[in-house]
Design a protein around this ligand. Sequence first.
Ligand code: SF4
Ligand code: SF4
Length: 442
Amino acid sequence: MDNQVATAIEKAGVVGAGGGGFPTHVKARADVDVLLANGAECEPLIRSDTELLVSRPDRVVRGLELLAESVGASRVVLAVKRKNRRAGEAIERVLPADSAIELKLLENVYPAGDEFLLVFDVTGRVVPEGGIPLDVGVVVNNVTTLAQIADAVEGRPVTSRMVTVQGEVAAAATLTVPIGTPIGEIIDRAGGVTVDDAAVIVGGPMMGTIASSHAVPLTKTVGGLIVLPPDHTMVTARTESRAQMLRIARAACCQCLACTELCPRALLGHDLKPHRTVRAVQYDTLPEDHEHVTSAFLCCECGMCELFACPLGIRPRRILADLKAELTRRGVVNPHRRADLKPDDVREYRQIPSARLVQRLGLSEYDGPAPLDERRLEPARVFLRTTQHIGAAARPVVAEGDRVLEGDVVGEIPDGKLGARVHASIAGTIESITAEEIVIAA
Ligand code: SF4
Ligand code: SF4
């Protein structure tokens, strides 16, 4: 029988809004016993999920109910951090007294919202190496995705999302923005940049990337823009050249193990030891199937090792991410598949309080509120990427010169492929089309 919720989700172009971008209709067709709503929002400074939970809790709960029905879950849990009292209270207000949805309060640690950690903290199950939560009977969805599911079932596709703008801006805020809006226009709505030559981190300070320009468009997976001075360590940590990064790693790593001791995936029992991989790159001769090299596949790029743990400014995360990309390019498949895993007994004591992390990152001065600004942003043009998700690029189904309304399909999932639809986020005329981008002028 057709799963109507999953079909509506597929038609609406819903993907993992927390950063993953996995097409949600695939998860909605799964058969699991536990469904988790991830409202942890553990990246420092970002408030978009929290503002969503406070302003639209009914939509999140509705999306959760619909998805629970779709996947047949017998246990449904909505997880938020204990410190986000506003979000927890908003949810409690809309949950019926007889609701089967459990509210789970998480501690304010990083990275509480990592899917694998969330699954373990709520169910006690450990996702296997190289696996996904589905392997242990769990589906996890971000709360923004859940609100989009509620909209999808009522026929409204993904055309906008909430984004927090924090850092060196005149008025930090959380805004509802059409997908495809250039980030410069979003930053201007937050009062504009307050320092010269500012850099913008797209996403959170731990896992985000530096924008190449203010013309970069918003995608479905981005919940935050962090504006920082060009010499801030969160910027230089990302702009340091690869050669420089490797030189420091080879010269300075003292094998103190701090990166491995604080690695959340290692603490969960995965065979990931970033200190070994850093040592491995000191020898150019290690074969590509050596476990110290291939264990890069197990890294979730949370940044804990390089932005918090390492006392010497070495970048294990970048080293592992580069290795992972190179191995994938060469066609190497992740050989790490252990499933019988036992989390480290000390894991509980090695979780890092978010406040300490923010302080270490040099972001304390920016760690204030980013209140919801409901004014609609109306960009003159939107730049819709055909790949805003995991899978194949959307296939353009419009022609230059076509008139479109907000919500019209402009990119379709290629036949038989994993992917997600793309919709017009504003009304206007299709100005240009490439394999990467569809531009609409209002
Ligand atoms: S924390 Fe830094 S110095 Fe210590 S082992 Fe890891 S990379 Fe080397
Ligand atoms: S980024 Fe570092 S701390 Fe995070 S999972 Fe990868 S190796 Fe572990």
